[in-house]
Design a protein around this ligand. Structure first.
Ligand code: IPE
Ligand code: IPE
Ligand code: MG
Length: 236
């Protein structure tokens, strides 16, 4: 945690951005309209995170299970991702954002994979905010991939520790989320950061993702500031 004024500010906020479809259908719009509005909420949230002094922001944009959606919706989401990257990268770079991708980016095809990797390289030296985009990400897949790496390294079983296992995950080098937010009223993890959220504070809000922005982000940080984190120890 870092301190900005008197209240504790989470170092790392992770968000399950949910509710785009419902935002659209309640307005009689196609689901893609909700995803488009959701992209605008991403921009607002990145700005809010920087303004609030949060150093890591992880956004769940596409789960490994979202490939089960109809091909037309997957195509819409892939198109919007590409478009977002192209239209926002210069601005993010100027704002000091370091972009990191977790998940199986290769599943989006060689062109988008190359663009994502180039965007990471271009912003690698920025340090204002690390924006982690979870794309084709699944918490179980992350843990299994790490286990495979451990086995393939030939390390002795007793040499495996929580610390060196964490360094084999996609989130290597990124501190665990202090605060996990899920929008849209759903109360589940949906295979997001299973290992990394062991001691995250959980916050579920009914706000639909396209309505999320500076006010909702600030409200979440206010709620976080009231939480007492004990990590299993006795309260002071
Ligand atoms: C979140 O909105 C975006 C992704 C999961 C990619 P949804 O598309 O899940 O919206 P709802 O849950 O159907 O409202
Ligand atoms: C979780 O939302 C994944 C993302 C926000 C990217 P979903 O809408 O896919 O989750 P479920 O299916 O309701 O659990
Ligand atoms: Mg959903």
């Amino acid at each position: 945690m870092s301190e900005v004024s008197a209240r504790p500010v989470p170092l790392h906020v992770a968000i399950i951005m949910d509710g785009n479809g419902r935002w659209a259908t309640t307005r009689g719009l196609p689901r893609v309209a909700g995803h488009r509005e959701g992209a605008k909420a991403v921009r607002r949230t990145v700005e809010a995170a920087i303004a609030q002094g949060v150093r890591y922001l992880t956004l769940f944009a596409f789960s490994s299970e979202n490939w089960r959606r109809p091909p037309s919706e997957v195509a819409d989401l892939t198109f919007l991702l590409k478009h977002y990257l192209r239209s926002e990268l210069n601005e993010m770079h100027a704002q000091g954002v370091c972009l990191k991708i977790i998940g199986e980016r290769e599943r989006f095809g060689p062109n988008l994979t190359a663009e994502l990797t180039a965007a990471e390289a271009r912003t690698a030296n920025n340090s204002k905010l690390t924006l982690v985009m979870a794309l084709s990400y699944g918490g179980r897949a992350d843990v299994v991939a790490a286990a495979r790496k451990a086995i393939a390294s030939g390390m002795a079983p007793e040499a495996l520790t929580e610390e060196n296992f964490a360094a084999l995950l996609d989130t290597k080098g990124i501190p665990d989320p202090d605060l996990l937010i899920r929008t849209s009223g759903e109360v589940r993890i949906s295979n997001f950061l299973l290992w990394q959220t062991a001691y995250s504070e959980l916050l579920f809000t009914n706000v639909l993702w396209p309505d999320f922005g500076a006010a909702a982000f600030a409200a979440a940080l206010d709620e976080y500031a009231t939480r007492e984190r004990r990590f299993g120890a006795r309260p002071a």
